[in-house]
Design a protein around this ligand. Sequence first.
Ligand code: ADP
Ligand code: MG
Length: 234
Amino acid sequence: AEELVHRSDKLSAVGQLAAGIAHEIRNPLTAIKGFTQLLQEGAQRDVQYYQVILSELDRVNLIVDEFLLLAKPSPSMFRSCNVEQMLLAIITLLEPQAILQNVRILPTIAAGIDQIEIEENQIKQVLINLLKNAIEAMPDGGDLIIELRQEEEGLLRIRFIDQGCGIPEEQLHKVGDPFFTTKEKGTGLGLMVSHKIIEDHGGQLEIHSTVGVGTTIDVLLPLSLEEEKELLLV
Ligand code: ADP
Ligand code: MG
């Protein structure tokens, strides 16, 4: 099963986000209000109430953080970057979580990769989202291969190959929809935001998945937006 997450209905999905976000933020806020009222009445089991308040606040923050990234980067924020360095830094960042889950991260980086023009913080966020999803898909461990290579046509390919649970065929068209998650503590915003960022960079996000085998995700990015325009003219 495969899916090219490059459809305009995913963009109109961003429109639906406004309604969705209000709903998702209201739930934790309702809990916070309720527990604050109980605290005000001087109830006994204060410690538990504080825990609920703090975890609900974390959730609001998580949703708002991911939501904020939806702002379109302006071309003036695009800078020349070394993706190899950036990728290795992100792997180091998530290595502790991987080790805890017995996930072995195996980067394969081709030689001679050029600098790429991107909005660094946004692309970093995309790579973190994809890496986290891959690790989270392997609760019992496994290998996560990350390939970085440059195609002839001024295109960079970053491929994540995990040995995780995979995505059932009937769910494949839903991943990337706002708030679609199969995780207890998921926000269902990671892939939507990632897709939007990659699209703003003139790139593409492709997902191939087989249940019980794993998932392969490709991020394709033009080396520069100029390069992208030339590709379109051919
Ligand atoms: P979240 O991670 O908060 O659930 P995402 O938008 O990042 O939100 O992912 C949406 C859903 O897509 C996940 O809940 C999961 O069901 C599915 N998914 C994403 N990446 C993978 C993967 N590598 N392997 C299996 N399922 C995945
Ligand atoms: Mg995620």
